[in-house]
Design a protein around this ligand. Structure first.
Ligand code: CTP
Ligand code: MG
Length: 227
């Protein structure tokens, strides 16, 4: 499936949408909940479909929702997910064509990603093996050390957002390496600490909907996106 054509680049997106949303609760996994008149997953699909440099989108979802997602997003390829986010991401990456040059992995639970973030991610991958948006931390952070607490220097820490972007072979090698992690930049850094990773400033809008409070906040942001 080709959404847009471009010279010698083949940029693919994996949207991971196979989670259960246990922290949100409710009858439906959060990516299928309604937000401002459409389901949450549709926001990120639209953002990538609107981008001229994205050639194809793979949506990874659980067996129960495969038919729904295939019907609702006929321009995307849809594959079954796994037990962990890492399994789901690996299955999405395996479904990307062999000639993909850059692969972006995005959480379906982050509906408000901008064209600018996609641009920055793709542009950085001309020079770097991996790239992702990050935000500075607002709260003071402490770490448990034995029986005590130790304060960390917040200035040196960042919170990761998605899309996380990769030169395709870097991402495939990280998945093959056997390391375990909650995101793909983590897999790359653990399996290859020398990897050239570019972290750039993300956006507060691009937050992950995790709890029902996040869904209330997202309704406010969605109204801004519609207007
Ligand atoms: N995800 C996935 N496959 C899994 C687990 C998570 O594709 N086995 C996806 C989710 O659908 C979500 C993204 O990874 O878009 C980020 O994960 P998270 O926010 O943790 O979502 P859930 O795992 O669904 O939520 P929870 O952890 O509260 O159960
Ligand atoms: Mg989870």
């Amino acid at each position: 499936m080709i959404l847009h054509s471009d010279s010698n680049q083949s940029n693919w997106v994996v949207i991971v949408a196979a989670g259960q949303g246990s922290r949100m609760g409710g009858d439906l996994p959060k990516q299928f909940m309604q937000l401002g008149g459409q389901e949450i997953l549709r926001y990120s699909v639209n953002a990538f479909q609107q981008h001229v440099a994205i050639h194809g989108i793979i949506i990874v979802t659980s067996d129960q929702f495969l038919n729904h997602v295939k019907n609702a997003y006929p321009a995307c390829e849809v594959v079954p997910g796994g037990v962990t986010r890492q399994d789901s991401s690996a299955k999405g990456v395996a479904a990307c064509p062999d000639d993909a040059t850059k692969i972006l992995v995005h959480d379906a639970a982050r509906p408000f990603l901008s064209q600018q973030i996609i641009n920055e991610c793709l542009a950085a991958l001309d020079e770097y093996e991996a790239a992702a948006p990050v935000l500075p931390l607002r709260d003071t952070i402490v770490m448990s050390v034995d029986t005590a607490w130790q304060q960390l220097d917040r200035q040196t820490l960042r919170a990761m957002q998605t899309p996380e972007g990769f030169q395709a072979e870097t991402l495939r090698a990280a998945h093959r390496s056997g390391v375990v992690g909650t995101d793909e930049i983590g897999l790359v850094l653990t399996s290859n600490p020398e990897a050239q990773v570019h972290l750039f400033e993300g956006s507060p809008d691009n937050f992950k909907i995790t709890t029902s409070l996040d869904l209330e906040l997202a309704a406010i942001v969605a109204a801004r996106y519609r207007s």
